[in-house]
Design a binder for this molecule. Structure first.
Ligand code: SAM
Ligand code: NAG
Ligand code: NAG
Length: 387
């Protein structure tokens, strides 16, 4: 296959670019577009040779797009308008404007891009922005498939359930059976299904894992220790699932002193200990890291119990009877800390050579990572799209 020319919209820190590289598809990002100066600094630092346009998408003309002569669009539009915990402004939200602009432009391009991949949060599938996307793709004759995929489908110990649209321009078709329903997890190759005509398509172990996926945004404020029994059971069954890797494979190999900066401050410990999702290095799960991580504790991502000798259950059980000072002493023994930005990047599938400039604050690093995507998941989807 010839070299594909790829347009990366809403490029952020370049998660899509890393996924493209990992997919092994012969391709070149001919332009990345994003308005965020922090994200752009990180992108440029890692992809110094990729043309990065620091402007708004709606500030680009049809002519600008035509000149780029791209074969593929990779994009993750801003997700705030669609998250169910957000305001749900959907298409009336000004942040959706650029996306609707792209949809308006698509049919008018001098050449339809052969491939489109879009990533968004769970919740997008019920938005009217999604309906407009489907309508536009249909009108242009695209073959497409919608999917919900989490990194747990690939054995990664992190939940990040996301909506994906993959679309192929006519006469392209997929190597698997497409359905109008949204598929859960990665599709099985069509030939595999044909090889086993007698047995009903039994879910592979990976599919089962995908379906057991936990997703904080869905849980309506379920709290550690106050959590429902079924949530506790799901968590412990994930921790026993051998198809998922342990958290420790993704941790930084740093001295304890180096990680001290990530320890939870006393105030946070006292106020939020019961609300946090706590994992140990031997766990095989963690909740989705979002952009408020390290700043807001609740529902923004798991924290790590870095002292394995202390028993978590015991530490929590006896808390009630203690004074503040004793409580703090007891909780401190767990050495609860945030995952470092590097560890979150690892859990999101970013390669070792991905690097954030030193002068970007930790808080900003969490923010841009929380806005990004799982590179391995998208790499697999790009393979499926192009094969
Ligand atoms: C969900 S993030 C994308 C993250 C990206 N895929 C990554 O790996 O980091 C959305 C990005 O869109 C950018 N953005 C939002 N509205 C935009 C617009 N109208 N024009 C250009 N970029 C925009 C934001 O600055 C943000 O970086
Ligand atoms: C970081 O350093 C670069 C290059 O020295 C500079 O252009 C940029 O503005 C700095 N960014 C921040 C957030 O300080
Ligand atoms: C860039 O994005 C980060 C993370 O969402 C945000 O904190 C920051 O304010 C944004 N900066 C600009 C200039 O938009």
């Amino acid at each position: 296959m010839e070299h594909l020319r790829v347009l990366e919209l809403y490029s952020g820190i370049g998660g899509m670019h890393y996924a493209l590289t990992e997919s092994g598809v012969a391709a070149e990002v001919v332009a990345a577009v994003d308005v965020n100066t922090t994200a752009n600094e990180i992108y440029k630092h890692n992809f110094p040779n990729t043309p990065l346009l620091p402007k708004t998408i709606e500030g680009m003309t049809l002519d600008d797009f035509n000149k780029l002569a791209f074969d593929m669009i990779l994009m993750s539009p801003p997700c705030q308008p669609f998250t169910r915990i957000g305001l749900q402004g959907d298409v009336t939200d000004p942040r959706t404007k650029s996306f609707l602009y792209i949809l308006d432009l698509l049919p008018r391009l001098s050449k339809l891009p052969r491939f489109i991949l879009l990533e968004n949060v769970k919740g997008f599938e019920t938005s009217s922005a999604r309906d407009s996307l489907v309508k536009t793709l249909k009108e242009c004759g695209y073959n497409y498939q919608e999917l919900m995929v989490s990194p747990t489908c690939l054995g990664m110990p992190n939940s990040r359930l996301r909506y994906f649209m993959i679309a192929k321009a006519p006469p392209g078709s997929f190597s698997f059976h497409t359905t109008s329903a949204i598929q859960e997890g990665f599709p099985h190759p069509a030939d595999k299904v044909l090889l086993e005509p007698s047995s009903p398509i039994s879910p592979s172990p990976t599919t089962t894992t995908c379906q057991k996926d936990d997703h904080k945004e869905d849980e309506g404020g379920i709290l550690y220790k106050l959590e429902r029994a079924q949530d506790a059971e799901r968590k412990s069954s994930q921790n026993r699932d051998p198809s998922l890797r342990q958290i420790r494979a993704y941790l930084e190999d740093q001295g304890e002193g180096e990680m001290e900066q990530y320890l939870l401050p006393p105030k946070t410990l006292l106020r939020y200990a019961l609300l946090m999702d706590i994992v140990r290095p031997t766990c095989r799960r963690s909740v989705c890291f979002t952009k408020g991580y390290g700043h807001y504790v609740e529902g923004t991502g798991s924290v790590l119990q870095s002292c394995m000798e202390t028993d978590l259950e015991a530490a929590f059980k006896s808390l009630e009877r203690l004074s503040e000072e004793e409580k703090l002493q007891q909780l401190s023994r767990l050495k609860l800390r945030y995952f470092s930005p590097r560890e979150i990047a690892n859990l999101m599938g970013f390669p070792k050579h991905f690097n954030i400039p030193k002068n970007i604050s930790t808080k900003q690093q969490y923010r841009v990572l929380g806005n990004s995507l799982n590179v391995h998941v998208v790499a697999r989807l790009i393979e499926l799209l192009v094969s």
